[in-house]
Design a protein. Structure first.
Length: 352
């Protein structure tokens, strides 16, 4: 277990590939990739995920979609032998985010709504087939909500509400990963070379997912795929074509944002607060010692108290600075891992 914890929530329409992504991501990172390694804290969960991946690689059977009972996952992400962060994940069925709540509605609808409000990272999962059609249509700025199979307007509004609520509480917005599954279909369906289809998607993403234009929102576009399955059945695929791509990048990005916004930014604010307190205590101590030896004799208790508070404050200051420095160093390493990924800060597109 690590000292840090990220609550991660996935949104996506039915069939978008949320469950399949989670299985592929875990299979990739549980084997280790460029020094990063992930494990499930529950051994039974590890076995379930491993067995599902073996079925995919041996028989081409994709993981079954979720029912109304969300599946809980507790992951730990490591770099080498160092535990970086715990991931608290829940896999919901697609309908939990698109159906009406209220009396008589499935319980997972209210559970997902409450979870979104405390999420540190939100993965918006879009099917590459539908994104490819959007690119082929020259990336229109408006989609008919009634006809959009990705349900983007509903998801974008839900994410925007969460960002607004957190801003009002003085908290950073959750990181947002726009995760495009079945990325091999982007080029096929759009009629463009895959890299051009991806570039066009990146340049115009705010038309599709408008919340990424919001002030204070940091997002990343991440195309992923388990393999080049083409128009294969949603139940089975050709196992010889399994070839995971980019599946670890969303988890790395979630950690980077957590470090930047949660540890570095808040840590620096804490360091400054401790420094202000130390200055005030130093002034108080100087005032206590300004009355001469006889007067100081009678103030010895107060002087000793402030001396002790200053010593404790300096120790706290050193510990806080060390945490910020360690987080900043780790964040720089993660930035290198995401060097070529399209990242958006308050709507401005950057690369890495």
């Amino acid at each position: 277990m690590s000292d840090h914890r990220i609550t991660m929530t996935m949104l996506g329409a039915t069939g978008s590939g949320k469950t399949t992504y989670l299985h592929g991501m875990y299979a990739t990172l549980s084997m280790g990739l460029r020094g990063y390694f992930m494990y499930a804290t529950d051994p039974d969960t590890d076995l379930d995920l491993a067995e599902a991946w073996e079925k995919l690689c041996a028989d081409g059977r994709l993981p079954a979609p979720n029912n109304e009972d969300p599946t809980d996952y507790e992951f730990v992400l490591r770099h080498g032998v160092t535990s970086l962060v715990d991931f608290d994940c829940q896999d919901f069925r697609g309908g939990a985010a698109t159906q009406r709540g209220g009396e008589g509605a499935p319980a997972d609808i209210a559970t997902l709504t409450a979870r979104l409000e405390r999420s540190d990272s939100i993965f918006l999962v879009l099917d590459g087939q539908h994104v490819g059609r959007w690119v082929a249509d020259d990336t229109p700025a408006h989609l008919n909500p009634a006809a959009d199979p990705m349900k983007i307007a509903r998801f974008s509004r839900a994410i925007s509400n969460v960002c607004d609520q957190r801003r009002q509480r003085g908290e950073p917005s959750p990181s947002i990963v726009v995760l495009v599954t079945k990325a091999d279909l982007l080029g096929t369906i759009s009629g463009l070379p895959t890299h051009e289809a991806l570039e066009k998607t990146a340049r115009n993403l705010s038309k599709l997912v408008k919340v990424i234009d919001s002030e204070g929102v940091t997002a990343m576009l991440c195309p992923v795929q388990l393999g080049s399955f083409g128009g294969a059945s949603p139940v089975t695929v050709d196992p010889t074509l399994v070839d995971p791509q980019n599946l670890h990048h969303p988890m790395i990005f979630a950690l980077l944002h957590y470090l930047d916004e949660g540890i570095v930014r808040h840590g620096e604010e804490h360091v400054r607060a401790v420094e202000r307190q130390l200055d005030e205590q130093a002034q108080e101590l100087a005032g206590l010692r300004s009355g001469g030896k006889i007067r100081n004799y009678f103030k010895k208790g107060e002087i000793n108290r402030v001396d002790a508070e200053i010593a404790a404050g300096r120790e706290l200051h050193g510990e806080a600075q060390a945490r910020v420095t360690a987080a900043r160093v780790r964040a720089e390493q993660l930035v290198e891992e995401l060097r070529y990924m399209p990242i958006y800060r308050s709507g401005k597109l950057q690369i890495g």
